[in-house]
Design a protein around this ligand. Structure first.
Ligand SMILES: [Zn+2]
Ligand SMILES: [Zn+2]
Length: 346
């Protein structure tokens, strides 16, 4: 213990611990403690930190307790902090069998939420974690206005959010990462989209999802989904069946629709069928995933993360895509940013 060299510094160590604890669904307060300590020491000079270590006064800093102070001290001494080594051992490996090669080929993620809608973390926290995961891009896709339970963004709030995205990008411009402007827009009952054309036109990538009237009859649901997919603004069809297979929200059966007709519309209009990586969704179900593959659809493997630690859920989607034998070239988030932007522009 304590004899492995470490040069990433105390902020990276604290953030990595928070990420791994969150990914493992540990208590939020623990996760927050590590992130808070990282935020406190981020602006401090290394010499200041070393003086605190020397004087034994790290714990007088706001948000720094005994265990976070130990991490800082060990990281500063150039050793892997014991706590970090432990959580890496416990939680650091791949989350599922298979899909590792595909995961390594992914350059980004097209579906994520911040605390502007129903996510739990600020925009910059999501962006920084995506950078730490090695992504070239992350699309921020908070919800649209009708989804009130998720604090969906009005056109005005979305416009304000776009300024924040610009500010984040200005901050990280030299680091090879881009936070893309996006939305998870509700598909309304008639297949129209829950955001103005003007705002949709200001975004880089648009995910469209059904969140209401999931039990609609098959014929009108098919018309609804085909209409949305045919809309030139739509790039990704989110979690197409809406099913929940496990988890704290209980289970929910898949919506009924003519999957072949919907996927043929996706293929015709170049819309990617989302492979939603959340374990409680596993959407589309395997039979539909294989149908979309055979119909010739594009795919997007998305985390649908509502917290930074969930950005790593992509492992699950990659394992499923690999098992279904989907060609990585048809998965839009294996593409470089320029190709992705070109595809997403109507
Ligand atoms: Zn959704
Ligand atoms: Zn979502």
């Amino acid at each position: 213990m304590g004899d492995t060299p470490y040069d990433a510094g105390p902020v990276a160590a604290l953030r990595r611990i928070a990420f791994l604890l969150e990914r493992a669904r540990e208590d939020t307060y623990k996760v927050k403690a590590y992130r808070a300590a990282a935020a406190t020491i981020l602006p401090l000079q290394e010499s200041e930190l070393r003086a605190h270590v020397e004087a034994g006064t790290l714990t007088t800093l706001p948000g720094v307790g005994a265990s976070t102070a130990a991490v800082v001290t060990e990281a500063l001494s150039g050793q892997v902090p014991e706590r970090l080594a432990k959580v890496e051992r416990q939680h650091g490996g791949p989350q599922v069998e298979g899909g590792q090669e595909l995961r390594a080929a992914l350059r980004g993620d097209l579906h994520s939420h911040s605390d502007w809608s129903d996510g739990g973390s600020p925009i910059e926290e999501m962006a920084f974690t995506a950078m730490e995961l090695g992504h070239d891009y992350l699309v921020l896709t908070d919800h649209s206005p009708r989804l009130k339970v998720a604090r969906g963004l009005s056109a005005e709030r979305l416009a304000r959010q776009l300024d924040v995205v610009d500010a984040v990008n200005a901050h990280v411009a030299d680091q090879g990462f881009t936070l893309l402007k996006g939305i998870e827009v509700d598909i309304l009952d008639d297949g129209s989209l829950d955001q103005s054309e003007e705002m949709l036109g200001r975004l880089d990538v648009r995910v469209a999802s059904v969140h209401s009237k999931l039990r609609m009859d098959s014929a009108p649901m098919t018309r609804r989904m085909v209409a949305a997919v045919a809309n030139p603004w739509v790039n990704v069809l989110g979690h197409c069946t809406g099913r929940l297979v496990t988890g704290s929200r209980g289970t929910r059966p898949p919506s009924q629709f003519d999957a072949r007709a919907v996927f043929e519309a996706c293929a015709e209009h170049g819309v990617a069928v989302e492979i939603n990586s959340r374990p409680e969704r596993r959407d589309p179900p395997t039979r539909l995933l294989e149908l979309a593959r055979d119909v010739g659809c594009l795919f997007s493997i998305d985390s649908d993360a509502h917290a930074p630690g969930q950005l790593d859920l992509l492992d699950h989607g990659c394992a499923r895509a690999e098992a279904a034998g989907i060609d990585p070239a048809r998965i839009v988030n294996t593409w470089p940013l320029s190709q992705l932007r070109e595809w997403a522009t109507p």
